[in-house]
Design a protein around this ligand. Structure first.
Ligand SMILES: [Zn+2]
Length: 76
C-alpha cells in the first residue's frame, strides 16, 4: 500500500480549491459555508422552506406492499 491517494491531483484540488457556492457558483466563504454569502445562505433556506429541495415522494402505488403479510422474522 502507498499513500499515493493523498498526493493525487484530485486530493490536492480538494485541499486547495474550495467548492463553489451551490447557489451562485461564486467562491465559498468559510463563514457562510458552503455558500459565498449570507444572501446565498438565505436563498438556500428559502428553497428548503418552499419545498424546492423536497425529497421526491414515492408514487402512491405502494399499497401493494400493505396487502402483503410481513416477512417472517429470521433473526438467527
Ligand atoms: Zn453564492
Amino acid at each position: 500500500m502507498t499513500d499515493d491517494d493523498a498526493k493525487s491531483p484530485r486530493a490536492k484540488a480538494a485541499a486547495n480549491g474550495r467548492p463553489p457556492c451551490p447557489i451562485c457558483g461564486a467562491k465559498m466563504t468559510p463563514a457562510f459555508r458552503p455558500f459565498c454569502s449570507a444572501r446565498c445562505q438565505d436563498v438556500d433556506l428559502h428553497r428548503w422552506l418552499s419545498g424546492g429541495y423536497a425529497i421526491p415522494a414515492r408514487p402512491e402505488d405502494d399499497d401493494d406492499e400493505a396487502d402483503r403479510p410481513p416477512p417472517p422474522e429470521t433473526e438467527s
